[in-house]
Design a protein around this ligand. Structure first.
Ligand SMILES: N[C@@H](CCC(=O)N[C@@H](CS)C(=O)NCC(=O)O)C(=O)O
Length: 214
């Protein structure tokens, strides 16, 4: 049987999403670390398989997919007999996608390491200036997410079963803590993140539990 390989980096929140999705689906995979600090994402070998020069990339027996949300949706469609990441009901599905995209499209790109590097080299920001930028954009997104989660009493972000919204939420909370976002401002986000951390598929995907963790 053809191999399933996830190219990732332990601290990459986009790769963390895919690890959670694979675990929720119960799909085995080989983990191939790409060291972002050493610039391996820009090596000719990696660019040959992913011209974006970003992780994650999933190679599912020869089917190569970049972009974490595209990977998660592919897994949901290719393996429909495993727990679903997106609900069948159109309105519920749209809510899950809306929460997931608020993180993956609006918050995460602004904290990416290549953006931080550009801020430093082109705009003279130091490490603290860069961290302040990241905290600002995570905070802007979390202010809205907190309001949305406060309106619901469900266990997770969009119901009582984990969905794609949770797959995006927990890695973003990990990043927020890493960059020093004041999480006491977000009791509902913390409530959901605490619940997710108790789910084995999420716990096993944590950066500290990956073979390339330092
Ligand atoms: N939209 C992409 C984002 C991927 C992404 O930005 N990955 C980051 C790590 S979280 C990366 O590879 N950064 C390398 C760099 O900035 O050079 C996805 O969801 O997969």
């Amino acid at each position: 049987m053809a191999e399933r390989v996830l190219y990732g980096y332990f601290r990459s929140s986009a790769a963390y999403r895919v690890r959670i999705a694979l675990n929720l689906k119960g799909l085995d995979y080989r983990y191939q670390p790409i060291n972002l600090l050493k610039g391996e994402q820009q090596s000719p070998e990696y660019l040959a398989i992913n011209p974006h020069g970003l992780v994650p990339l999933l190679d599912d027996g020869g089917v190569r997919i970049a972009q974490s949300l595209a990977i998660c949706e592919y897994l949901d469609e290719a393996y429909p007999d495993t727990p679903r990441l997106l609900p069948a009901d159109p309105a519920a599905r749209a809510r899950v996608r809306s929460l997931a995209l608020a993180i993956a499209a609006d918050i995460h790109p602004l904290q990416n390491s290549r953006v931080g590097k550009y801020l430093q080299t082109e705009y003279g920001k130091d490490e603290e200036g860069k961290a302040g930028w990241i905290r600002h954009w995570i905070g802007t997104g979390f202010d809205a997410l907190e309001t949305l989660l406060a309106e619901s009493s469900s266990r997770y972000a969009a119901g009582d079963e984990p969905t794609l919204a949770d797959v995006c939420l927990l890695p973003q909370v990990f990043s927020a803590r890493r960059f020093g976002v004041e999480m006491a401002r977000y009791p509902n986000i913390v409530r959901v993140a605490d619940a997710l951390e108790r789910v084995p598929a999420f716990a096993d995907a944590h950066p500290s539990r990956q073979p390339d963790a330092v």
